[in-house]
Design a protein around this ligand. Sequence first.
Ligand code: SF4
Ligand code: SF4
Length: 358
Amino acid sequence: MKAPGKNAVTLDAQLGNNRNFDLPVRFLDNWLRTRLFRGRPVRPVILSYFVTFRCNLKCSFCDYTDPVFRSRYPEVSTECAVRLLEIARQGIPSLAISGGEPLLRDDIVEILRAARHFGYKPIALFTNSLLLEEREEVLDYVDFLQISLDTVEEHCPEPDNGHRGVAAKVKENVRRYARMQKQKRFRINVNCVLSEDHLDDALGVLEFAESQNVRFTVAPRLIRESPAPELVGDKSYQALVDTIVARKRRSPAVMDTFAYLRHIRSFLPFKCYPWLTPRVYPNGRLMYPCPVLNYSEYDILQMGPWEALEDIILTTHGPEVRCERQCFLPCYLEASTVHSHMLSSAVELRRLIKEVGK
Ligand code: SF4
Ligand code: SF4
């Protein structure tokens, strides 16, 4: 399938293709399904599409830097990526594009333009920002730009060790693109991985986010999807999360929900609903129910309409995933805790509707 051209997107906008409410409505529908009609499966809220496992950084905590990942999951062509998005949109209202570093794909603008054309809302792009200047057109098609920033410390003795050596450039990018948020109608959040060796840096990142009028999110450092052992029960780590929670009460910058922060503070068990955020890898295969359990992989391009795929999954695996593994992959944890704590997350959902303005 040919990717839709720029004019098609403009026409959509002119016709008032306003899907701001699809995501909150899907959350509400899911809540009713599990509260009032027990046994009904939840339906997906966000497609998590990892478009590449290539990256121009090498963060110490990141599994994707392993070359095995790249050879095991080669990228599908532009045409297939666009077709995949078209199929998934039949059942999923919103989209997060991540990687690897998505901006390494030469066709990333085309992919995001197609996503906008198909009506995903909101669209988030996760990036380290280093290639943003070369691919600035992506800003026309995203609602949220998540930029990784683990420290504001610019002088790092290990320049190749992930974001620490590139903080100055990332900060410069955040400053530059923060100024475009209003005009281009997107929001930036800087995402900080909380690691035991630089816990103190997180508050610096939060202050930087506040100073630039961008949002702030956190994730604990994971090792093979489980919390780094040094963080579990660590008093300094807990005190840091407590401080972030306190800051959230008076600052709009902190974007994570209270429920999510409560869970990552003490690594509290949670009921996981992995089907809320189906994850597709660069080779176009859906990892069901998540890459950790990986019961089955489905080639979306071979499965026909999305409804058929959902039927097969329901028939093969049943309506619910029971998981004792309790990994803390943020996208699953965040969506699951919003679903389980709808009332306390209502503020964030309302803010989401307001901020998604394109
Ligand atoms: S920038 Fe992201 S994908 Fe790249 S190595 Fe770091 S954590 Fe991994
Ligand atoms: S907790 Fe982790 S392993 Fe278990 S279903 Fe959720 S994402 Fe998968």
